[in-house]
Design a protein around this ligand. Structure first.
Ligand code: FAD
Length: 322
């Protein structure tokens, strides 16, 4: 069997492992202590899905991949009361249902990555810092620690990080370099006493926030009331260096302006800045493969900033021993 190193245990890396593990000896390296990447959950005093909020299923392959997890209840439908705001005005309202199902992992978005990861050989807390040619192989390093020799290396990390780590002879390097990923701030608010809201999920136009959800309204969540807001990518891109207090203050104001309620009385306030949160719809290949050098790059950024795109990028990866 040929040896493949996959760098990154997000949805793209995990789905590539699923695709390759029967033909290759697959080793995944993940810098975090857990799998899932941006499909994640934060546990402090309160619990929030501060990355991906939900996902849809558009392809048969993703449907088949999710089927066992749906059967086990790890993936469930979120029939949210959904609204669209234009500024502080609600302009549309509907309940999500089986006609166009919106799914979440249970009891938190991280559960999907954790469950899938159990099938594979993953070395956690290992940030790959260098990929070096050694004769016919690639040698991987985490700082000065050598991690072995591999026939193929697959980078399953956001495009700017892939561009920095990929060996310079990768034939598609210029295609990675031009991919612009967008930032996002996640504001997390937890309450001992629930707020009164007549929606569970909201898309917002014409403000610096684009999304508010009652995280605790998703299936299988802890009942303690939690609210999650995402900034727009545009505002986050313009304020990546803003200090934490100012970012919180601005985003709390934005939430208050949209829902016309005081939210600053939260018992718990937290913030996460994503530098590489998202990317718009891309044209081109679902993954970038250099057969001569035996290197590949995959990730949502090849297709669009969606969980299913990350899955498809890994799932359609085709590599061979030589
Ligand atoms: C705020 C936010 C909201 C979103 N909302 C939605 C949504 O509602 N619906 C939806 O479908 N999608 C949403 N997305 C997008 C979705 O989360 C992503 O498309 C998908 O999770 C990307 O998966 P990936 O495997 O391509 O990358 P990632 O999930 O980023 O995985 C990359 C992995 O590589 C690891 N890594 C990076 N560098 C190294 C290194 N040098 N060495 C080792 N490991 C490394 C990282 O730790 C990470 O685990 C959202 C994303 C964000 C951030």
């Amino acid at each position: 069997m040929f040896k493949v190193a996959i760098i990154g245990a997000g949805m793209a890396g995990l789905s590539a492992a699923g695709q390759l593990h029967q033909q290759a000896d697959v080793h995944i390296f993940e810098k975090s202590w857990r799998a899932g990447g941006r499909l994640t959950t934060r546990h402090k005093d309160y619990i929030f899905d501060h990355g991906a909020q939900h996902f849809y299923v558009k392809t048969k392959a993703f449907e088949a991949f999710l089927a066992p997890y749906m059967k086990q209840g790890i993936v469930q439908r979120w029939d949210a009361r959904f609204v669209e705001f234009d500024g502080d005005h609600i302009i549309a309202r509907r309940r999500w249902n089986e006609a166009f199902p919106h799914y979440v992992a249970v009891p938190g978005m991280e559960a999907l990555g954790h469950t899938v990861a159990r099938n594979y050989n993953i070395q956690y807390q290992t940030r790959i810092t260098q990929i070096v040619r050694q004769d016919q192989h690639w040698a991987l390093f985490s700082d000065d620690i050598a991690l072995g020799l591999f026939d193929w290396v697959v980078l399953a990390i956001p495009a700017p990080q892939a561009a920095a780590l990929m060996p310079v002879n990768f034939v598609h390097l210029d295609q990675i370099k031009v991919k612009k990923m967008q930032a996002c701030y996640s504001l997390m608010l937890g309450y001992k006493n629930p707020l009164r809201l007549d929606f569970d999920a909201a898309l917002i136009k014409n403000r610096d926030i684009s999304w508010i959800s009652v995280n605790s309204s998703k299936p299988g969540r802890h009942k303690t009331f939690t609210l999650l807001a995402h900034s727009t990518n545009h505002w986050a891109d313009q304020h990546t260096d803003l200090n934490r207090e100012s970012a919180i203050e601005h985003l709390v104001n934005e939430v208050e302006n949209v829902i016309q309620q005081n939210v600053s009385s939260a018992d718990h306030i937290d913030l996460h800045r994503w530098l590489y949160a998202n990317i718009g719809r891309q044209s081109g290949q679902a993954n970038l493969v250099d057969y001569e050098n035996r290197l590949a790059a995959i990730g949502d950024w090849c297709i669009s900033g969606r969980v299913e795109s990350a899955f498809t990028s890994g799932h359609t990866l085709k590599i061979s021993p030589m």
